[in-house]
Write a protein that binds this ligand. Structure first.
Ligand SMILES: [Ca+2]
Length: 146
């Protein structure tokens, strides 16, 4: 007996889970929802999907994630992509407290406090005025936003 077999010439289909494009704020955690793949002969071949692309949530920008899969006969599915945009987060904020309420006297101590988030590279935590004038506290968040 000879069993005829029709060759598999039909590519599998990839179905993306979730949105085709989305935006997240810098510093948030990104978890890709992935995709599923079905083939006419092989059935569920989701486990064979190759995912490429890395979203660096620390760096604002546009990232592309690609999903590819082939069936056992080597037919490649049409590539599916997802665009993830990492948006720059807001700059950190803080307040300044003064040792006395009159700003015109010498030896007023200004202290920067009440940071909105973790900061680094603070130029000075406190500044003692020896004369009238301005002093600018500088600091940045962990991503360098000032
Ligand atoms: Ca197939």
């Amino acid at each position: 007996m000879i069993v005829g077999k029709v060759p598999d010439t039909t590519a599998p289909i990839i179905t993306r889970i979730g949105e085709p494009s989305l935006s997240i704020i810098q510093g948030s955690i990104y978890t890709d929802l992935g995709a599923t793949a079905l083939d006419d002969v092989d059935g569920d071949i989701t486990s064979g999907i190759v995912i490429n692309g890395v979203v660096n949530t620390a760096v604002p920008g546009t990232y592309t994630i690609t999903y590819d899969v082939k069936d056992a006969a080597g037919n490649a599915a049409e590539q599916v992509t997802r665009i993830v945009t990492v948006e720059k987060k807001g700059d950190p904020t803080a307040m300044v407290e003064y040792s006395i309420t009159s700003f015109t006297n010498q030896d007023v101590v200004a202290t920067v406090t009440g940071f909105s988030e973790q900061v680094q590279n603070i130029n000075e935590a406190t500044h003692t005025f020896t004369d009238n004038g301005d002093f600018t506290f500088t600091f940045e968040d962990v991503y360098g936003n000032k």
